[in-house]
Design a protein around this ligand. Structure first.
Ligand SMILES: NC(=O)C1=CN([C@@H]2O[C@H](COP(=O)(O)OP(=O)(O)OC[C@H]3O[C@@H](n4cnc5c(N)ncnc54)[C@H](OP(=O)(O)O)[C@@H]3O)[C@@H](O)[C@H]2O)C=CC1
Ligand SMILES: O=C([O-])CC(=O)C(=O)O
Length: 273
C-alpha cells in the first residue's frame, strides 16, 4: 500500500491516519484526500497533523484524486460520499473500503456498487467498524443462522441532529429510552451517521430485513455501546462493545477508525488475522 486514497477529512480520517502512522514500517509514498468543495482547509490541517506520507494532495473532484494512482481507496465520509463516488472508484479498478456501510441499505446503490466492482475487477470491502465479531457471525452464517439482533445504545448527545430528536426529548431524558425498533434496513436509512453497524451486522449475517434492531438513547452511559446477539446451528453468542466516542464527533466510536486502519494494514501484512 504505497499509495492511498482517503475520502473524507473528519474525525474518523484522523484516527485512521494516526493508526497508520504508528503501525506502518515506512511512510506511504503518496496520500490523496478527497473532500467536498470548501473542505480543503480541514483536509490540509489533517495532513499537517498526521504526516503519514512522503507526499500528499487534497482534491475536491474524483478524477484528479484517482489520477494520483491510489492502490486502494478508503471512504470515511458518509453515505453521500458512497453514493457520489463509490461506483466510479470501483469501476476504475481500485478496491474500495467503505465504512459508511449503511449506504448499502439502498438496494439500487448496493447493486450499482456490486456491478461496478465486477466491471472494474475490484473488491468492495466492508470493515466491521465500531462493532466486532463479524468474523464469528459470518462463519455462523455458513452453518445456518436462526436469529440476529443488534442493540445500539448511545448517550443522548450522540443522537442530536438525527431523526431521534423527533422520537424522544433528548434534552430531558432521565432513563434509557428505546426510540427505534425495526429492521436493519430502516435503521441504516433513518440514522445514516449512527446505524452503519446495524448494516454491517445485517450484511455479515441474516440480511437487512431479518436483522432486528433497537436504538437507545441512554443518559446513564458515556460510551457508544453495541450489542449483537446471535443464535445459529453452530454457536450462540453475544458480542458487546463499549466504544470510546471520537473527541471530534460523539456519534462516531474511535474503534471504527481503527477498524479501517486494520483493514488497510492487512492488505500489506504477510500474516493476516
Ligand atoms: N461502520 C461504522 O461502524 C461507522 C461508520 N461511520 C460512518 O463514517 C462517517 C464519517 O464519520 P466521521 O469521520 O466521524 O464524520 P465527520 O463528520 O467527522 O467527517 C466526515 C468528513 O467527510 C467529509 N465529507 C462529507 N461528505 C463528503 C463527500 N460527499 N465527499 C467527500 N467528503 C465528504 C466531510 O467534509 P465537510 O467537513 O465538508 O463536511 C468531513 O471531512 C459517518 O458519516 C458514518 O457514515 C461512523 C461511525 C461508525
Ligand atoms: O461509531 C459508532 O459507535 C457506530 C456508528 O456511529 C454507526 O454505526 O454508524
Amino acid at each position: 500500500m504505497e499509495r492511498l486514497g482517503l475520502i473524507g477529512a473528519g474525525g474518523m480520517a484522523a484516527t485512521v491516519l494516526d493508526a497508520l502512522a504508528a503501525a506502518l514500517p515506512a511512510p506511504l509514498e503518496h496520500l490523496a484526500i478527497l473532500t467536498r468543495p470548501g473542505g480543503e482547509a480541514r483536509a490540509e490541517a489533517l495532513l499537517r497533523a498526521h504526516p503519514v506520507a512522503r507526499d500528499a494532495t487534497v482534491h475536491t473532484a474524483l478524477d484528479p484524486f484517482l489520477a494520483t494512482g491510489p492502490a486502494v481507496v478508503a471512504e470515511c465520509a458518509g453515505h453521500a460520499a458512497v453514493r457520489a463516488h463509490g461506483a466510479a472508484v470501483l469501476r476504475s479498478g481500485r478496491d474500495l473500503v467503505v465504512i459508511s456501510v449503511g449506504a448499502l441499505a439502498d438496494p439500487a446503490l448496493h447493486t450499482a456498487l456490486e456491478d461496478a466492482a465486477q466491471a472494474g475487477g475490484a473488491q468492495l470491502i466492508l470493515p466491521a467498524g465500531a462493532v466486532g465479531g463479524l468474523d464469528a457471525l459470518g462463519a455462523a452464517r455458513l452453518s445456518g443462522l436462526e436469529a440476529v439482533t443488534y442493540v445500539g445504545r448511545k448517550p443522548p448527545a450522540a443522537w442530536r441532529g438525527t431523526a431521534a430528536e423527533e422520537m424522544a426529548d433528548l434534552a430531558t431524558l432521565r432513563e434509557a429510552t428505546v426510540f427505534f425498533t425495526g429492521t436493519a434496513r430502516e435503521a441504516a436509512q433513518r440514522f445514516p451517521q449512527n446505524a452503519n453497524v446495524a448494516a454491517a451486522v445485517a450484511l455479515a449475517g441474516l440480511g437487512f430485513e431479518q436483522t432486528a434492531v433497537q436504538l437507545v438513547a441512554d443518559p446513564t452511559v458515556t460510551r457508544n455501546e453495541h450489542e449483537v446477539a446471535v443464535r445459529s446451528a453452530c454457536a450462540d453468542f453475544t458480542i458487546r462493545l463499549a466504544g470510546h466516542p471520537s473527541p471530534a464527533n460523539p456519534k462516531t466510536s474511535l474503534s471504527a477508525g481503527y477498524s479501517v486502519a486494520r483493514t488497510l494494514l492487512n492488505r500489506v501484512a504477510r500474516v493476516v488475522i
